[in-house]
Design a protein around this ligand. Structure first.
Ligand code: HEC
Ligand code: HEC
Ligand code: HEC
Ligand code: HEC
Length: 208
């Protein structure tokens, strides 16, 4: 009897190790979530979940199942790897599951206060315009889906942030200034003015 238990235990252990080894050799690709950030506070109102499915070893992409607070939720019709869902959730704690990846976040505005160390994450203003990804990205329709391309750079920002405005608001020379995304993370930042990092740290990425 004791032997049988021992054999069983060994088999289970070996099986477990095989699984671990397999996971180690062929790790499940992790999606990248642009918004909302795990452990952050989102302002109340509608927002877009934006995620990028990870590339598998064979170069293909796996559709991520999305659950919001444990319930299945559809993605909008964008071609992989881009995954977008439009959400508007009541204040309080919520979670998303994207396959094996979980995101906990908090919608501001309830009496229950979010954990103290959770920063407020903002995305670029204008929820309605924001849904039109084509404002800033090349987009092409394909089989009833939208294929999202590269962002258009400064050209995308200039209709609303003309050069004269930008010059007035920044104390920085012109050529590096035109690469807005080098300092601003329009898809989500926890710093003021959607800066990629606290100012000192940000400047130090290019200036020593
Ligand atoms: C206001 C302009 C703007 C709008 C509108 C916009 N984007 Fe972007 N997006 C950018 C910029 C700039 C970058 C590159 C810099 C960055 O990642 O922050 C980018 C990058 C991305 C990336 C790649 C991120 C990475 O790290 O590889 C994805 C995916 C993306 N956007 C999805 C979307 C989707 C989906 C929408 C519509 C819901 C959208 N964007 C609307 C400006 C915009
Ligand atoms: C070298 C880094 C850097 C680049 C590149 C940059 N910015 Fe900024 N931006 C900043 C900093 C830092 C602030 C905060 C300004 C302050 O505190 O004086 C800011 C603030 C802003 C603000 C808010 C201003 C206000 O007073 O409300 C806007 C809008 C803005 N930037 C747009 C842009 C646009 C559009 C581009 C591209 C043309 C751009 N930025 C490129 C660093 C940068
Ligand atoms: C459709 C118009 C529109 C486009 C396109 C646009 N913006 Fe804005 N942006 C706004 C408005 C409106 C605001 C809010 C008013 C303000 O602070 O100036 C804003 C605010 C900002 C701010 C300040 C946010 C803050 O919290 O202080 C930054 C930084 C910014 N935009 C960067 C960009 C960058 C970079 C691009 C291009 C990738 C871009 N915007 C494209 C309209 C636009
Ligand atoms: C993405 C890289 C990048 C970031 C981030 C950046 N800079 Fe710069 N900065 C440059 C480049 C490149 C030049 C040189 C431009 C030129 O020669 O015209 C420059 C020039 C300058 C100059 C003029 C220096 C001179 O020799 O004339 C000042 C001042 C400056 N930056 C301050 C800042 C501050 C403050 C920040 C943070 C808010 C910052 N920069 C963030 C790239 C950057």
């Amino acid at each position: 009897m004791r032997h049988k238990c021992l054999i069983l235990a060994c088999l289970l252990l070996a099986g477990g190790m095989l699984c671990v080894a397999d996971e180690f050799l062929h790790p499940r690709p992790m999606p990248r979530v642009l918004f909302p950030a795990n452990g952050s506070v989102v302002e109340s109102g509608p927002f877009e979940v934006i995620a990028l499915a990870a590339e598998k070893e064979d170069g293909s992409f796996e559709t991520l199942p999305l659950q919001v607070d444990g319930k299945d939720h559809p993605w909008q019709s964008y071609a992989l790897p881009v995954c977008i869902a439009h959400l508007e959730l009541p204040p309080g704690e919520h979670y998303l599951s994207l396959g094996i990846y979980d995101v906990m976040f908090f919608v501001a505005g309830s009496e229950i206060t979010p954990p103290k160390d959770w920063p407020v994450a903002k995305a670029h203003a204008g929820a309605e315009a924001w849904q039109k990804c084509g404002l800033c990205h090349e987009t092409t329709p394909q089989d009833g889906q939208t294929v999202l391309g590269m962002h258009k750079g400064w050209e995308a920002c200039s209709p609303c942030h003309p050069a004269s405005d930008v010059a007035a608001k920044h104390n920085h020379s012109e050529p590096p200034l035109r690469d807005c995304a080098s300092c601003h993370a329009v898809h989500g930042a926890t710093e003021e003015h959607l800066l990629r990092a606290p100012q000192k740290q940000l400047c130090a990425t290019c200036h020593r």
